[in-house]
Design a protein around this ligand. Structure first.
Ligand SMILES: NC(=O)c1ccc[n+]([C@@H]2O[C@H](COP(=O)([O-])OP(=O)(O)OC[C@H]3O[C@@H](n4cnc5c(N)ncnc54)[C@H](O)[C@@H]3O)[C@@H](O)[C@H]2O)c1
Length: 374
């Protein structure tokens, strides 16, 4: 079988952290043949490091999509461009792995689903937290039935001080929002995936613009109290929310509380632990991943007990991921789906519900009213 030919649109942070090394590990099956970035040096650098000798570079993604030999593209640009580029790629006959969030708005995400259905091509979204070892173990616990009927959940991704200082993350016109759409999206995807419940009744939420514009830790020379690292962002160009909280009522009666922040006065113990976490509560037991271990509370021999499941979970490495595993698993599963050997692991329809909920929280925050799903 000929190798798959892959193109990349956007050669910035996530491309270099995840997509290039992940796909390089799949070199038995794929060739990395096209790199596009508005900043051509980034595309050239990526080509030199990862590309085939005849790989091409572009600044206009339309030119990359015009190459009929390319089988699939990764869309790795800021959020607002996800829809336009993914739809164009699907229409050009490419399979698409788009970064999270699927889109900046529900309307855009819907256009992407429609393009997928129209073209019959594959569309998936880069929710790699599902592959973290701790979350894989959590999924096995849920699937085993140990928790019973899950009726309450908390999805959280909270940082004491952790505003992304590269790229355009605080530019509303390019990202569509702040921590809710940036990291809350991971926690919500993970929690819905663990619960396997995508049937929403209504959403209500509030977003805050407090510390993002108030503080300027750069000027104040502050260091992080828990890690000691310098921290800072420019509060004068900060245009998005710094925290957002949502309440999601599902059609089966279950509720989920979602919490997301880049800057909040919460210690790691209180939840400001800089990771996507889930708490699930069921009729037979509860589960949480707050300490990056799967803790199950349940009754054993009539005794209320707490069990840590999965002694073999690799040690937690603070930062982007728990070692290389999630990066390689996402790439491996994607390539296997491209080769027709498995179904997509992250279904675009699931990612659509995540984007619809996030969009509804922003809407509800503006209107002060719940947003009902049909
Ligand atoms: N899965 C994750 O955990 C994770 C982590 C970080 C970022 N992301 C997502 O990845 C996306 C990119 O984030 P990033 O951190 O890599 O940002 P970045 O700013 O580092 O990189 C984005 C790159 O896209 C380029 N670009 C912008 N518009 C373009 C266009 N029209 N055509 C071609 N290139 C274009 C920019 O020049 C830049 O080099 C965002 O949607 C973000 O939410 C996901």
């Amino acid at each position: 079988m000929a190798k798959l030919r892959i193109g990349f649109i956007g050669c910035g942070g996530i491309a270099n952290q995840k997509h290039f090394p992940g796909m390089a590990q799949q070199s038995e099956f794929v060739d990395m043949v096209a790199f596009c970035d508005l900043i051509i040096e980034r595309a050239e650098e990526a080509k030199a490091k990862y590309g085939t000798p005849d790989a091409k570079t572009y600044t206009d993604y339309h030119d990359l999509l015009a190459d009929p030999t390319i089988d699939a593209v990764h869309v790795l640009t800021p959020n607002v461009a996800h829809c336009e580029i993914s739809v164009a790629a699907l229409e050009a006959g490419k399979n698409v792995l788009c970064e999270k969030p699927m889109a900046a708005t529900e309307a855009d995400a819907k256009k992407m689903l429609e393009a997928r259905d129209r073209t019959g091509k594959l569309l998936t979204i880069g929710y790699q937290y599902r592959h973290f070892p701790v979350n894989r173990v959590a999924k096995s616990v849920v699937d085993s039935g140990m928790l019973g009927d899950i009726y309450y959940a908390e999805a959280a991704y909270l940082r004491y001080r952790g505003v992304p200082t590269w790229g355009v993350f605080t530019d509303k016109s390019k990202q569509g929002g702040g921590p809710l759409i940036d990291i809350g999206t991971h926690a919500l995807d993970l929690t819905l995936f663990l619960m396997q419940n995508y049937d929403v009744e209504y959403v209500v939420g509030t977003s805050f613009e407090k510390l993002g514009t108030l503080l300027n830790p750069n000027e104040q020379g502050q260091t992080h109290p828990f890690t000691g690292e310098p921290m800072g962002w420019d509060n004068k160009t900060f245009e998005v929310e710094d925290s957002a909280f949502g309440h999601i009522k599902m059609k089966n009666g279950a509720v989920i509380n979602l919490k997301a922040s880049w800057a909040i006065n919460m210690t790691p113990e209180a939840g400001g632990n800089n990771e996507a976490t889930a708490v699930l509560v069921g009729t037979k037991g509860g589960l949480d991943t707050l300490s990056q271990q799967v803790r199950v509370n349940h009754v054993v021999c009539s005794q209320p007990s707490v069990t840590t499941v999965g002694n073999k979970i690799p040690p937690y490495i603070p930062g982007f991921s728990q070692g290389p595993a999630p990066v390689s698993v996402e790439a491996k599963y994607w390539v296997e789906a491209l080769m027709g050997k498995r179904e997509l692991f992250v279904k675009a329809d699931e990612a659509y519900v995540v984007t619809r909920i996030l969009d509804s929280i922003y809407q509800s925050s503006k209107s002060g009213k719940p947003v009902y799903f049909d």
